[in-house]
Design a protein around this ligand. Sequence first.
Ligand code: ATP
Ligand code: BTN
Length: 259
Amino acid sequence: MNQQDLVLTLAKLPLGEIRYFNSIGSTNDEAMKWATKGAKDLSLVVANEQTAGRGRLDRPWFSPPSTALAFSLILRPHADETPHLSRTVGLTALALTDAFGKLGLAPQIKWPNDILLNGRKVAGVLIELTWFEDDVDGVVIGVGINVAKGAVPSTDILRFPAISLEHLLGQAPDRIALLHDILASFIALRPHMHTDSFMSSWEKSLAYYGRGVRVEMGGDQVVVGKVTGLGPDGSLKVLDDNGKTVTVRFGDVRLRLFA
Ligand code: ATP
Ligand code: BTN
């Protein structure tokens, strides 16, 4: 992977600027700095390796050299997108499921921010915001994908089983071609983010839909029940054992299948 190949392969997409790093701490850190310094809409930071990749709540995200696809996309939300910004994680997850689907795979979205293949985590999404006074003026969308087997961490640091595209395809797909397909799907879906059909596509891709789950929220709060869908803001709806629908919002949430 290098800057020239990236620019060539992505040339037909209406992106902002592209910054490529052979090695970097975290593409999200770089994109957050850039977003506060005037990055254009759809600017992109891509790295061959991250040495301090982050997941939610500053948990470590492992992306060793040449095996993972790690990138951050900067959005400058349009005024009509602002009311739906909480759907950005779904937009990104659907772009990933589309691109993995094109490879012949059957991905599912583990709410809120993980993509599963065969029940194992293949990719994660980390969304961060930049603010100008009281308004969001930038959205940084970080995506990490286990492309080759070497991207998958050892089980002792995993909170959930992981897998790579190579494990399932027999060979690792080209990272730049994959990035192209993800970005193309993202750009095509973005104008539909406010629609009901967008929400139903997101719901249809959910892992554990209709199944029993256990949701651990920050502190000691636990909900056990059946996943029944998504709220308009992308929150998860769970029907608990007392017949009450509980709305689970993004945050410190741990979702597990509960047999
Ligand atoms: P939970 O597993 O509790 O549902 P999560 O999967 O959403 O939460 P995150 O904080 O989003 O957890 O992701 C960070 C976690 O992902 C790390 O704590 C680590 O266990 C795991 N992880 C780190 N690198 C990778 C990787 N390359 N592939 C899969 N999982 C990883
Ligand atoms: C998660 O599952 O918690 C999300 C993982 C997100 C990892 C990506 S890799 C590119 C970008 N840079 C980071 O430091 N994190 C995101």
